[in-house]
Design a protein around this ligand. Structure first.
Ligand code: ADP
Ligand code: MG
Length: 253
Protein backbone atom coordinates (compact mmCIF):
# COMPACT_ATOMS: atom_id res chain seq x y z
CA UNK A 1 0.00 0.00 0.00
CA UNK A 2 1.24 3.50 -0.83
CA UNK A 3 1.76 5.68 2.23
CA UNK A 4 2.77 8.59 0.02
CA UNK A 5 1.80 9.46 -3.53
CA UNK A 6 3.32 12.48 -5.20
CA UNK A 7 1.49 13.20 -8.42
CA UNK A 8 2.62 15.61 -11.14
CA UNK A 9 3.98 17.94 -8.47
CA UNK A 10 5.32 21.36 -9.42
CA UNK A 11 6.55 24.13 -7.18
CA UNK A 12 7.47 27.66 -8.16
CA UNK A 13 9.03 30.42 -6.09
CA UNK A 14 7.68 33.43 -8.01
CA UNK A 15 8.69 32.53 -11.54
CA UNK A 16 11.44 30.10 -10.62
CA UNK A 17 10.17 26.54 -11.08
CA UNK A 18 12.21 24.37 -8.71
CA UNK A 19 10.07 21.18 -8.87
CA UNK A 20 8.90 20.28 -12.34
CA UNK A 21 6.04 17.83 -12.67
CA UNK A 22 7.41 14.95 -10.64
CA UNK A 23 5.58 11.78 -9.59
CA UNK A 24 6.53 8.88 -7.33
CA UNK A 25 5.14 6.62 -4.58
CA UNK A 26 6.46 5.33 -1.29
CA UNK A 27 4.98 2.09 0.01
CA UNK A 28 4.53 1.11 3.63
CA UNK A 29 7.79 0.00 5.22
CA UNK A 30 9.97 1.33 2.40
CA UNK A 31 13.00 3.58 2.65
CA UNK A 32 13.35 5.98 -0.25
CA UNK A 33 16.68 7.76 -0.63
CA UNK A 34 16.79 10.96 -2.68
CA UNK A 35 20.13 11.93 -4.16
CA UNK A 36 21.04 14.97 -6.19
CA UNK A 37 23.28 18.01 -6.40
CA UNK A 38 22.72 21.12 -4.34
CA UNK A 39 19.86 23.25 -5.66
CA UNK A 40 18.07 20.35 -7.35
CA UNK A 41 14.91 20.82 -5.24
CA UNK A 42 15.30 18.03 -2.66
CA UNK A 43 14.59 20.17 0.41
CA UNK A 44 11.71 21.92 -1.34
CA UNK A 45 10.19 18.53 -2.15
CA UNK A 46 10.39 17.38 1.49
CA UNK A 47 8.98 20.72 2.64
CA UNK A 48 6.00 20.34 0.27
CA UNK A 49 5.37 16.81 1.58
CA UNK A 50 5.44 18.19 5.13
CA UNK A 51 3.12 21.05 4.21
CA UNK A 52 5.76 23.61 5.14
CA UNK A 53 5.64 24.98 1.60
CA UNK A 54 2.61 25.49 -0.65
CA UNK A 55 2.62 23.57 -3.91
CA UNK A 56 1.97 25.16 -7.32
CA UNK A 57 0.29 22.22 -9.04
CA UNK A 58 -0.24 18.47 -8.78
CA UNK A 59 -1.18 16.69 -5.59
CA UNK A 60 0.29 14.89 -2.58
CA UNK A 61 -1.60 12.03 -0.90
CA UNK A 62 -0.51 10.80 2.51
CA UNK A 63 -2.10 7.74 4.07
CA UNK A 64 -5.02 8.06 1.64
CA UNK A 65 -5.68 11.78 2.29
CA UNK A 66 -5.18 14.34 -0.47
CA UNK A 67 -3.63 17.70 0.35
CA UNK A 68 -5.36 19.46 -2.53
CA UNK A 69 -9.10 18.95 -2.75
CA UNK A 70 -9.65 20.73 -6.07
CA UNK A 71 -8.35 23.25 -8.57
CA UNK A 72 -10.05 26.58 -9.28
CA UNK A 73 -8.68 28.44 -12.31
CA UNK A 74 -5.51 26.35 -12.02
CA UNK A 75 -5.04 27.42 -8.37
CA UNK A 76 -4.74 24.53 -5.92
CA UNK A 77 -7.32 24.65 -3.10
CA UNK A 78 -5.98 22.92 0.00
CA UNK A 79 -8.18 20.45 1.83
CA UNK A 80 -10.07 21.33 5.01
CA UNK A 81 -8.08 22.09 8.14
CA UNK A 82 -9.22 18.91 9.87
CA UNK A 83 -7.83 16.75 7.07
CA UNK A 84 -4.64 18.81 6.84
CA UNK A 85 -4.10 18.36 10.58
CA UNK A 86 -4.38 14.60 10.13
CA UNK A 87 -1.90 14.77 7.25
CA UNK A 88 0.48 16.83 9.39
CA UNK A 89 0.33 14.24 12.15
CA UNK A 90 1.07 11.48 9.66
CA UNK A 91 4.31 13.14 8.50
CA UNK A 92 7.44 13.63 10.58
CA UNK A 93 10.42 15.77 9.63
CA UNK A 94 14.04 15.76 10.75
CA UNK A 95 16.04 18.82 9.68
CA UNK A 96 19.71 19.24 8.93
CA UNK A 97 20.13 21.63 11.88
CA UNK A 98 18.13 19.57 14.43
CA UNK A 99 15.70 22.42 15.29
CA UNK A 100 15.34 21.33 18.93
CA UNK A 101 13.70 23.82 21.30
CA UNK A 102 16.68 25.27 23.23
CA UNK A 103 14.64 26.22 26.30
CA UNK A 104 13.21 22.72 26.82
CA UNK A 105 14.90 19.61 28.20
CA UNK A 106 15.36 16.55 26.04
CA UNK A 107 12.29 14.92 27.58
CA UNK A 108 10.21 18.09 27.14
CA UNK A 109 11.32 18.40 23.51
CA UNK A 110 9.82 14.98 22.89
CA UNK A 111 6.65 15.34 25.00
CA UNK A 112 5.73 18.86 23.76
CA UNK A 113 3.89 17.76 20.61
CA UNK A 114 2.51 14.62 22.27
CA UNK A 115 0.80 16.77 24.90
CA UNK A 116 -0.20 19.79 22.82
CA UNK A 117 -0.88 18.21 19.43
CA UNK A 118 -1.86 14.62 20.17
CA UNK A 119 -3.53 15.68 23.48
CA UNK A 120 -1.85 12.86 25.40
CA UNK A 121 -1.83 13.19 29.17
CA UNK A 122 1.53 14.18 30.65
CA UNK A 123 2.29 10.81 32.23
CA UNK A 124 1.63 8.80 29.03
CA UNK A 125 3.67 11.31 27.02
CA UNK A 126 6.60 11.02 29.43
CA UNK A 127 6.39 7.23 29.37
CA UNK A 128 6.50 7.26 25.58
CA UNK A 129 9.48 9.66 25.57
CA UNK A 130 11.39 7.57 28.09
CA UNK A 131 10.66 4.34 26.25
CA UNK A 132 12.15 5.78 23.04
CA UNK A 133 15.10 7.36 24.86
CA UNK A 134 15.83 4.02 26.49
CA UNK A 135 15.67 2.20 23.18
CA UNK A 136 18.03 4.70 21.52
CA UNK A 137 20.49 4.65 24.43
CA UNK A 138 19.85 8.25 25.46
CA UNK A 139 17.80 7.87 28.63
CA UNK A 140 20.63 9.37 30.72
CA UNK A 141 20.16 12.65 28.78
CA UNK A 142 16.45 13.06 29.50
CA UNK A 143 16.90 16.10 31.76
CA UNK A 144 19.70 17.74 29.76
CA UNK A 145 19.22 20.81 27.61
CA UNK A 146 20.16 20.75 23.90
CA UNK A 147 23.16 23.05 24.51
CA UNK A 148 24.75 20.32 26.64
CA UNK A 149 24.51 17.66 23.94
CA UNK A 150 26.84 16.78 21.06
CA UNK A 151 25.56 17.28 17.52
CA UNK A 152 25.08 13.54 17.13
CA UNK A 153 23.04 13.36 20.32
CA UNK A 154 20.96 16.36 19.25
CA UNK A 155 20.12 14.74 15.95
CA UNK A 156 19.26 11.42 17.60
CA UNK A 157 16.88 13.34 19.91
CA UNK A 158 15.36 15.11 16.90
CA UNK A 159 14.75 11.70 15.30
CA UNK A 160 13.13 10.40 18.49
CA UNK A 161 10.97 13.53 18.69
CA UNK A 162 9.74 13.00 15.13
CA UNK A 163 9.12 9.29 15.75
CA UNK A 164 7.24 9.83 19.00
CA UNK A 165 4.11 11.02 17.21
CA UNK A 166 4.08 7.73 15.27
CA UNK A 167 4.08 9.29 11.80
CA UNK A 168 3.15 7.18 8.79
CA UNK A 169 6.19 8.58 7.03
CA UNK A 170 9.36 10.12 8.38
CA UNK A 171 11.30 12.58 6.21
CA UNK A 172 14.94 13.45 6.87
CA UNK A 173 16.70 16.29 5.11
CA UNK A 174 20.47 15.67 5.12
CA UNK A 175 20.35 14.48 8.75
CA UNK A 176 24.13 14.21 9.07
CA UNK A 177 25.31 17.20 7.02
CA UNK A 178 25.78 19.48 10.06
CA UNK A 179 27.76 16.93 12.05
CA UNK A 180 31.48 16.56 12.61
CA UNK A 181 32.64 13.47 10.72
CA UNK A 182 33.20 11.43 13.89
CA UNK A 183 29.54 11.91 14.90
CA UNK A 184 27.95 10.91 11.60
CA UNK A 185 28.13 7.16 12.32
CA UNK A 186 25.97 7.15 15.45
CA UNK A 187 23.14 8.94 13.62
CA UNK A 188 23.36 6.66 10.58
CA UNK A 189 23.20 3.66 12.93
CA UNK A 190 19.90 4.91 14.38
CA UNK A 191 18.45 5.41 10.90
CA UNK A 192 19.59 1.93 9.83
CA UNK A 193 17.84 0.50 12.88
CA UNK A 194 14.61 2.26 11.85
CA UNK A 195 14.95 0.95 8.30
CA UNK A 196 15.29 -2.59 9.68
CA UNK A 197 12.14 -2.03 11.74
CA UNK A 198 10.38 -1.01 8.51
CA UNK A 199 9.66 2.58 9.45
CA UNK A 200 8.55 4.26 6.20
CA UNK A 201 11.13 6.94 5.39
CA UNK A 202 12.37 9.43 2.84
CA UNK A 203 15.99 10.36 3.37
CA UNK A 204 17.89 13.04 1.49
CA UNK A 205 21.57 12.33 1.99
CA UNK A 206 25.02 12.55 0.45
CA UNK A 207 26.22 9.50 2.42
CA UNK A 208 26.35 7.23 -0.59
CA UNK A 209 27.50 4.03 1.08
CA UNK A 210 24.81 4.37 3.72
CA UNK A 211 22.25 5.11 0.99
CA UNK A 212 23.14 1.88 -0.75
CA UNK A 213 22.71 -0.06 2.49
CA UNK A 214 19.32 1.30 3.55
CA UNK A 215 17.50 2.19 0.34
CA UNK A 216 14.65 0.12 -1.02
CA UNK A 217 14.18 2.82 -3.64
CA UNK A 218 16.52 5.51 -4.95
CA UNK A 219 15.59 8.67 -6.81
CA UNK A 220 18.23 10.84 -8.45
CA UNK A 221 17.06 14.44 -8.97
CA UNK A 222 18.61 17.31 -10.84
CA UNK A 223 17.20 20.77 -11.56
CA UNK A 224 13.74 19.86 -10.26
CA UNK A 225 13.18 16.68 -12.23
CA UNK A 226 13.67 12.97 -11.55
CA UNK A 227 16.52 11.92 -13.82
CA UNK A 228 16.50 8.28 -12.78
CA UNK A 229 14.87 6.01 -10.24
CA UNK A 230 15.28 2.41 -9.20
CA UNK A 231 16.39 0.20 -6.34
CA UNK A 232 19.75 0.46 -4.56
CA UNK A 233 21.52 -1.00 -7.63
CA UNK A 234 21.08 2.41 -9.21
CA UNK A 235 23.99 3.61 -7.09
CA UNK A 236 26.40 0.97 -8.43
CA UNK A 237 25.00 0.93 -11.94
CA UNK A 238 23.51 4.28 -12.91
CA UNK A 239 22.23 4.49 -16.47
CA UNK A 240 21.96 8.22 -17.05
CA UNK A 241 24.93 10.41 -17.79
CA UNK A 242 24.04 12.99 -15.12
CA UNK A 243 23.65 10.33 -12.43
CA UNK A 244 27.01 8.82 -13.38
CA UNK A 245 28.74 12.20 -13.20
CA UNK A 246 27.19 12.96 -9.82
CA UNK A 247 28.05 9.58 -8.28
CA UNK A 248 31.59 9.55 -9.67
CA UNK A 249 32.54 12.29 -7.19
CA UNK A 250 31.58 10.08 -4.26
CA UNK A 251 33.06 6.86 -5.55
CA UNK A 252 36.47 8.47 -6.04
CA UNK A 253 36.84 9.58 -2.42
P1 ADP B 1 18.37 21.21 -2.56
O1 ADP B 1 17.78 20.86 -1.23
O2 ADP B 1 18.35 20.09 -3.54
O3 ADP B 1 19.75 21.79 -2.41
P2 ADP B 1 16.41 23.35 -2.56
O4 ADP B 1 15.08 22.72 -2.56
O5 ADP B 1 16.92 23.90 -1.28
O6 ADP B 1 17.46 22.34 -3.22
O7 ADP B 1 16.41 24.56 -3.61
C1 ADP B 1 15.98 24.41 -4.95
C2 ADP B 1 15.97 25.77 -5.60
O8 ADP B 1 14.97 26.58 -5.02
C3 ADP B 1 17.28 26.55 -5.48
O9 ADP B 1 17.50 27.22 -6.68
C4 ADP B 1 16.98 27.51 -4.35
O10 ADP B 1 17.75 28.68 -4.49
C5 ADP B 1 15.50 27.79 -4.55
N1 ADP B 1 14.81 28.13 -3.30
C6 ADP B 1 14.73 27.35 -2.20
N2 ADP B 1 13.97 27.93 -1.23
C7 ADP B 1 13.57 29.12 -1.75
C8 ADP B 1 12.75 30.19 -1.25
N3 ADP B 1 12.20 30.14 -0.03
N4 ADP B 1 12.54 31.25 -2.07
C9 ADP B 1 13.08 31.29 -3.31
N5 ADP B 1 13.85 30.32 -3.85
C10 ADP B 1 14.09 29.24 -3.08
MG1 MG C 1 18.61 20.83 0.66
Amino acid sequence: MSVLEVKELSKKYDNLEVIKNISFNVNEGETLVILGPSGSGKSTLLRCINNLEKITSGNITINGKEMIKEYKNSIPIYNDKKILNKINMDTGMVFQDFNLFPHLTVKENITESLIYVLKMDKKSAEDRACELLQKMGLINKKDSYPCDLSGGQKQRIAIIRALAINPKILCMDEPTSSLDPELVGEVLEVIKKLAKEKVTMIIVTHEIKFAEEVADKVIFMDKGIIIEEGNSNLIKKPKEKRTKEFLKRFLNV
